[in-house]
Design a protein around this ligand. Structure first.
Ligand code: ACM
Length: 558
């Protein structure tokens, strides 16, 4: 038996040495990947790190080394940081090297794999982190497991990789309000985002159907606002499943999730959606509502759609509430952006509310052909929150409705009602994140054959977001050359009205998140749907299996 194993191992290494290396399946596809001759053995490799690499990157490097030791069965040692020369000549090196190289662009990295030495260069944490993700994808899928796989071939093909993202903002939104998801599930989403080099997690934390974040000054937001008395069944208006639903994240849990994301190169952008989508807050503090609001008493909504019940922004008390809430939320999230929502705010109640009308008068707001006085009242809310958040060092992002009327300089617009809002905002000089529902809404059905899929929000086949449709999205479409620098990036949105379980959440996210990652990361000339599907089939879907994700098998490989 031993002799047989020896012969198999010998044959394996001869094949590995002589065979033309196959191009590794890396998603998103690197900007430049050139195969060269030979392979590099990662089993038992000695890792050497430039002493100027920061401790967080060192920690990520050690994690890969520890995992390699576990799965390959041979110690992968990280040598104490050594004084590596600035110019590392590969010819006289042996092992795996990580070099701080400030000439590499932010989030970019270079990997040079030779038969004796592999050299990785980056200038910042995300660059090193992404290089490690790429190396993982070049290794057998067992690197993602926690089981020994001593027989696997721990050699990676020799090649030269130079990689950097096309867009700096590569996001996913998760709605934890329509349905609440546990800390562990949120972390699982962050994990899979980081595998595919996404770097922004837009966390939708407040809604008509549930308030999900602890606010010390307003404890009823979570005592009352975090729970609803049941949920409507499918699209049966007036129905209720009778199951109390809810939950919220404590400040401690949020700090933990923020740190977890940071270690994966992800910045979390919180959203406090205002002045609409606030019924859960109104159920907690009814005094913040408009006169004559119906139905009363306010209740955390058990059904979907756009509510006419909105905040009474004519009252100073309401504005103070918003500032207090944003103050506490901003303190929890170290990123530079804060999302203030602004979408789907019917202004009917403001038309008859005495406080709102008095405020309109006080501010001298008028209706004209461009906007109503009430739309301008919303502009006032946005401008005031923008000013307030600036004192906290934050820039605002809002849904494309914030373009109606007047919008102050420095706001970033998230284009969701198709692409026109983003095109217009960029032409007006605002920064833009493209998240058009027709391409980027991950709650939409994944097949035009709606009947073949689990129940979801989509009722018309043409509204399906199939994987080829998402993959084919080109964010610069109809954006003149001179405005393109305003397009910060692209985001996929996972709203959860009809998504109540972890399994279904993952099914809707995967593998479309991988298609999204190529829209966000790759220049058009590096995208190739056929290659992408092959990569998924050969490598990325098996990785998801090992990691225990649920996903939809793409039509092309069914
Ligand atoms: C949205 O989908 N209402 C932003």
């Amino acid at each position: 038996m031993k002799r047989f194993l020896l012969i198999v191992a010998l044959l394996g290494s001869i094949c590995a040495w002589g065979a033309k290396p196959t191009v590794p399946s890396i998603v998103p596809a690197p900007a430049k990947l050139e195969m060269t001759k030979g392979t590099f053995n990662m089993k038992g490799v000695v890792v050497n790190c430039d002493p100027s690499i920061d401790h967080q990157a060192l920690k990520a490097i050690r994690q890969l080394a520890d995992r390699l030791t576990l799965v390959s069965g041979k110690l992968t040692e990280v040598a104490s940081p050594v004084g590596l020369p600035r110019v590392v000549e590969k010819g006289n090196l042996k092992g795996l090297y990580f070099i701080q190289d400030n000439s590499v662009v932010s989030e970019g990295y270079k990997i040079s794999v030779g038969p004796k030495a592999t050299v990785v260069r980056a200038s910042d944490y995300n660059g090193f982190f992404y290089a490690l993700q790429t190396i993982r994808q070049m290794l057998p899928k067992e690197i993602y497991g926690k089981e020994a796989a001593h027989g696997a071939n721990w050699r990676i093909p020799c090649c030269e990789i130079e990689d950097a993202p096309r867009f700096g903002y590569r996001g996913v939104l998760l709605d934890c309000c329509r349905h609440f998801f546990s800390v562990d599930e949120v972390k699982k989403v962050l994990d899979v985002m980081s595998l595919f080099k996404l770097n922004r997690f837009h966390w939708h934390l407040t809604e008509d159907q549930g308030w999900r974040i602890e606010i010390e000054k307003y404890p009823k937001l979570t005592e009352v606002g975090a729970f609803r008395n049941g949920t409507m069944i499918r699209r049966e208006w007036g129905s209720n499943d009778g199951i109390r639903h809810g939950g919220y994240y404590t400040k401690e849990q949020i700090r933990d999730i923020v740190a977890y994301a940071q270690a994966r190169g992800i910045t979390i952008i919180p959203e406090v959606d205002m002045p609409g989508h606030m019924v859960a807050a109104l159920a907690s503090y009814p005094e913040l509502g408009c006169a004559g609001s119906q139905p009363q008493p306010y209740q955390v909504l058990t059904y979907w759609g756009v509510s006419k019940q909105v905040l009474n922004v004519g009252k100073e008390e309401t504005m103070k509430f918003l500032e207090d809430v944003c103050d506490e939320v901003a303190d929890l999230f170290p990123g530079e952006y804060f999302n203030i929502g602004g979408d789907e705010c019917p202004r009917d109640e403001w038309k008859t509310d005495p406080d709102c009308q008095a405020k309109i008068k006080e501010l001298g707001l008028v209706s004209d052909e461009n906007a109503s006085a009430e739309a301008r009242l919303q502009n006032y809310v946005v401008a005031r929150m923008q000013k307030f958040l600036a004192t906290k060092g934050k820039k605002i992002i809002g849904w494309d409705e914030i373009l109606e009327g007047e919008l102050a300089e420095g706001a970033t617009v998230m284009s969701w009602r198709g692409t026109k809002g983003g095109i217009k905002a960029a032409s007006m000089g605002y920064d833009v994140i493209m998240s058009p529902n027709i391409y980027c809404y991950l709650d939409h059905c994944q097949s035009t054959d709606l009947e073949s899929e689990p129940f979801c929000i989509t009722t018309k086949p043409e509204r399906a977001v199939t994987m080829p449709k998402l993959y084919g999205y080109e964010p610069y479409t109809d954006i003149p050359e001179g405005d393109r620098h305003h397009i910060l990036g692209v985001q996929g949105n996972l709203w959860t009205e009809f998504i109540g379980t972890n399994e279904y959440l993952e099914y809707m996210l995967l593998p479309r998140l991988m298609a999204l990652s190529e829209v966000q990361w790759c220049k058009p000339e590096n995208k190739d749907y056929e290659r992408f599907i092959k990569d998924l089939q050969q490598h990325e879907l098996p990785i998801l299996e090992i990691l225990g994700y649920n996903y939809r098998t793409p039509d092309e490989i069914r």
